[in-house]
Structure formats: structure tokens, C-alpha cells
Design a protein around this ligand. Structure first.
Ligand SMILES: [Ca+2]
Ligand SMILES: [Ca+2]
Length: 133
């Protein structure tokens, strides 16, 4: 929990400092942004930390729906098949990453409750992709 809080604080701090850096950059119009592997590593850490946070309302900015299990951009029968494969399984060392991705209530196992959440997400994903085209 502490590390998550720290990550959040770091993230806020970073966005504030990069914001002011951005202003300086705009004024000076010079290069020299300290971007590099370390920065990338930090941001991927932050991303991981964010994913571990308790699920809030589904993010509208996520290009992929949580129900789009194979990340092909649409919710169809293939995603349902993938979900069925992990239904009833519990997350443990060596288990498919999909188990934790589909464990929506975070109780460690993919159960009927998760199936209900998945189907809701899948349905709205399917509807929104129809509207998009
Ligand atoms: Ca899909
Ligand atoms: Ca669950």
C-alpha cells in the first residue's frame, strides 16, 4: 500500500515538474529533456503500479476494453472463448496472466461473479464498437 501511495505521489510530482519543464522548454525552445531508459523504466513502473490499484469505473481512455481479452480491438466470440478458458481458475505462480486480467473482483479466482462483470463489459464494448463504425 505504501509503495502504491509513493508511486502516486511520484507520479503527481513528476507530472507537475514535467509541466513546469514544458513551460520552460516552450520559453527557451531548446532541447535537453532528460529522457532515457531510466525515465522509460520509471514510467513503466508507474503503469504497473496503476494497474494494481483497485478497479475504478472502466477508463474510457483505454483503447482496449477490459473485455477485449485478445486485444484485437473488438469484442466478439473469441474473447468469450478466452474467458471460458480461465473461468474457474485461480491466479498462482505460472498461471495465465489472463486469470488476473479477468479477476475483476480481485478475489484471486475467476468465478461466476467475474463472469457477470465480464459479460457486462463485453456487451457494452460490443455495442460501442458497433456505434464506432
Ligand atoms: Ca477481441
Ligand atoms: Ca474473482
Amino acid at each position: 500500500m505504501n509503495s502504491v501511495a509513493c508511486l502516486l505521489l511520484c507520479l503527481i510530482f513528476l507530472s507537475l515538474s514535467s509541466y513546469s519543464q514544458g513551460i520552460n522548454q516552450a520559453n527557451q525552445n531548446s532541447s535537453g529533456v532528460p529522457l532515457g531508459p531510466e525515465t522509460d523504466a520509471f514510467f513503466s513502473q508507474v503503469q504497473k503500479g496503476k494497474q494494481k490499484l483497485p478497479a475504478g469505473p472502466p477508463s474510457q481512455e483505454d483503447p482496449f476494453s477490459l473485455a477485449d481479452l485478445n486485444r484485437d480491438g473488438k469484442c466478439d466470440g473469441r474473447d468469450i472463448k478466452l474467458f471460458r478458458k480461465v473461468l474457474g481458475k485461480c491466479a498462482r505462480a505460472g498461471s495465465s496472466a489472463m486469470v488476473s486480467e479477468t479477476d475483476f473482483d480481485l478475489d484471486g479466482c475467476v468465478t461466476q461473479k467475474d463472469k457477470q462483470v465480464f459479460l457486462d463489459l463485453w456487451q457494452s464494448c460490443k455495442n460501442s464498437s458497433k456505434r464506432g463504425k
